[in-house]
Design a binder for this molecule. Structure first.
Ligand code: DGT
Ligand code: CA
Ligand code: CA
Ligand code: ZN
Length: 576
């Protein structure tokens, strides 16, 4: 029994570990696994019960990958992967998160300096040994030292990016929902609040049969070490050292348990105080008046009993939401169903795009959109971009498809690359040929604050630019974003009327919550996008919306909540 997801996870791990083993992400074997991964990603059905010859019919899947999928189904393990895991244990893998440390460098770090983990690396940096390695120098040594510092990779308080645990948490909860007696299983804690980094995974399970849940948890293939197994809580560590706490409650206590384990701690303390003010007690088991239950089954009932508006989980950070909810003054938050279109959307016209125009259009219709703007990469993004001729031919196809699909408006757009000086793709005249442009940075992350700021300001002054995509270019926990004078950038956005993007890709989540909040205060328009490169990326709209909720974003500030006419007016106004 192999699901598509399991096969994809196996291949993704093989890609990563084989690149290390070969000392290059371009190695033949790595490319082969990547192709197989893309093939299975694009394969519509599940893999259950498929024979070897059926498997090799999937695009990119060769004999050796098919064997591994069958081996995974039969034994739950893949020998090749197990030996690679042994060779590259989690403490060593942590080093791959540091920018500037590619497979080749890591290989020589290990072979020549005996670096096995972060501590070893820090020591080598302190002794200035890195600069002696081939391909490295004093400058890259400093860069690596700075990255270790800024990524917070050191110390016991280190946190894991949401993107690395979100799928796992969802998958564990889904499997628990299939267990006998379980009514609902939800990831809670910082995951439910949609925090971009996570300390540990908390899952709350409403069940009439807690023993069956505990038994199931202990048998999960993800368990590498059991931390504790009691009547209501089972905890374990994954191979990567991530702790997972699974708590069981009876179904009539689900609301109070969700509330308690979602937190945040500050939010909970304020709620408990409101209960005490009424002579009641609030715990994970319910809201009590002496022995009487006031409310416990749903979170809604508890907030109502405490005379408050319902507080969406992303808001529960103890930053004024309890007072606002008590005064009935929580704003109407942005919700997924307010969104009418996606304005950062790639097709396979982009070198890194994976789905065709038609597939992306149909996915957009499926998602309920009234409009989408294809924003394939401009010419500067060498391997991923398109020349003028290619773009004009692309426009013809988009116009034809727009005429063919009545149910959705399809716009001809572009993702303009912002060069180091703030220059954009093509020329000013050609840029105005597009219906819509998002401009973003994709390189030169190490310029000074002044240089980065003027780079952005110059780009957003161009009349073709409607929005700035993934403002800082960060990858959560992996690549720090560029350093900017945020006030100056926000003022520039407000003056020009260019929108600030909240990018819903889980590894980006950019602009950050803090910047988005300040953008609201500065009167800047927002746009929430998926930056989809494949039809499966459309789920990111929900992520972008939830992340935007953390900044208290309201629908009236988000331009892609506008109906088509209103949106087009907005876009045209900018182009004068
Ligand atoms: P994390 O794991 O560091 O990303 O952050 P959380 O918020 O998931 O925190 P965690 O895992 O320590 O606890 C999960 C939730 O349980 C937390 O958000 C609120 C609740 N909680 C934990 N400890 C306490 C406590 O001492 N008092 C109260 N009222 N709630 C707590
Ligand atoms: Ca947690
Ligand atoms: Ca926890
Ligand atoms: Zn993009």
């Amino acid at each position: 029994m192999v699901t598509r997801g399991e096969a994809m996870r196996m291949l993704a791990e093989l890609v990563k570990l084989t690149a290390l083993d070969e000392g290059s992400p371009q190695a033949f074997k790595v490319r082969a696994y990547e192709k197989a991964l893309a093939g299975i990603e694009g394969h519509p059905g599940d893999l259950d019960g498929m024979t070897k010859s059926q498997l090799t019919e999937i695009k990119g899947v060769g004999n050796s990958t098919a064997d591994k999928i069958l081996e995974l189904g039969k034994t739950g393990k893949v020998a090749k992967l197990e030996s690679l895991r042994e060779k590259y244990p989690p403490p060593f893998l942590e080093l791959t998160k540091i920018p500037g440390l590619g497979p080749k460098t890591l290989k020589s770090l290990r072979a020549q300096l005996g670096v096995e983990d972060l501590d070893g690396l820090k020591e080598a940096v302190a002794q200035q040994k890195l600069r002696e390695l081939p391909g490295l120098g004093e400058k890259s040594e400093e860069k690596i030292a700075k990255a270790i510092e800024r990524l917070g990779l050191h110390g016991k308080d280190r946190r894991t990016p949401l993107v690395e645990v979100y799928g796992l948490a969802r998958s564990l909860a889904q499997r628990l929902e299939d267990v006998d007696g379980v009514e609902q299983a939800e990831p809670c804690g910082s995951i439910r609040r949609f925090s971009e980094t996570i300390g540990d995974i908390d899952i709350v399970v409403a069940t009439t049969n807690p023993a069956a849940v505990s038994e199931t948890v202990l048998a999960f293939p993800e368990v590498s070490e059991v931390v504790g197994a009691g009547d209501t809580k089972t905890s374990f560590l994954t191979r990567e050292g991530m702790q997972v706490d699974v708590r069981t409650v009876s179904p009539d206590q689900l609301g109070s348990a969700l509330m308690y384990f979602t937190g945040s701690k500050t939010h909970n303390i304020a709620l408990r105080q409101r209960a005490i003010d009424r002579g009641w007690l609030l715990s994970e088991y319910g809201l009590f008046d002496g022995d009487d239950v006031v409310a416990s089954e749903t979170e809604e009932a508890i907030y109502e009993a405490l005379e408050m508006q319902f507080v969406e989980p992303p808001l529960r950070e103890g930053s004024g939401e309890v007072e606002a909810a008590a005064d009935g003054e929580l704003p109407e938050l942005i919700q997924r169903n307010h969104i009418r279109g996606d304005l950062h959307y790639h097709s396979d016209r982009s070198g890194d795009g994976r789905s065709s125009l038609e597939e992306m259009i149909e996915a957009g219709i499926e998602a309920g959109y009234e409009y989408v703007a294809f924003t394939d990469h401009g010419e500067d993004l060498a391997i991923n971009g398109s020349s003028r001729e290619e773009m004009l031919a692309h426009r013809d196809r988009i116009r034809q498809l727009d005429a063919a699909y009545d149910e959705i408006k399809i716009l001809f757009g572009c993702e303009l690359n912002i060069g180091p000086d703030g220059d954009l793709d093509y020329d000013a005249g050609f840029r105005l040929e597009f219906d819509y442009c998002v401009a973003s940075i994709h390189s030169h992350f190490d310029l000074s604050v002044e240089e980065q700021t003027s780079r952005i300001l110059k780009a957003l002054a161009d009349p073709s630019v409607n929005a700035i995509g993934h403002l800082t270019g960060r990858y959560v926990g992996r690549r720090p974003g560029v350093e900017l004078d945020i006030d100056a950038v926000l003022e520039g956005l407000a003056v020009t009327g260019v929108a600030l993007e909240v990018n819903g890709a889980l590894d980006r989540l950019d602009a950050t919550t803090d910047v988005t909040r300040r953008a609201l205060a500065a009167g800047v328009d927002l746009v929430i996008d998926t930056d989809s490169h494949h039809t499966i990326d459309l789920v990111r709209m929900g992520y972008g919306v939830r992340y935007a909720q953390r900044a208290w974003v309201t629908p009236d500030r988000v331009i892609n909540t506008l109906p088509l006419d209103g949106f087009l007016d907005w876009a045209v106004r900018r182009r004068g």
